[in-house]
Design a protein. Sequence first.
Length: 149
Amino acid sequence: MVDQHIQIRAATEKDLPRLVEIFRASRQKLLPFLPILYSREQDFAHLKDLLSRGDVKIGLLDHQLFGFLVRIDHWIAHLYVHPDAIGKGVGKALLDDAKSRARRLELWCFEANLRARQFYEQQGFALVRTTPGENDEGLPDRLYRWVRD
């Protein structure tokens, strides 16, 4: 069931500890095939850097932070939702917000992340190409693109 109490706002540095928590919990529980490449401190530094140079929006479900989307120009660098909020509309609300402010969006998705692939395809993203693993994790992935009609 989709909860109707979702708010989107710009992330601030105060949100960074929760962003790291969401990032790590999501990857651990929803993407167990991913190798753990970086420490919590490195993830914090990475997200802090993205906050300084990208458009970072957070999704609040009943006033609690449960998801975030990082956009740099037309690229969605990250879209993560805490496992406890999967299926409650947070990811869709974040993506809808990004789509409302863009003419096109592109993103990479791991081949093994079937749930995310289905989600992006349902949201109008089309597969552009696949790679055998030209990423830090060395895993096959897919490039998706959305273009406003």
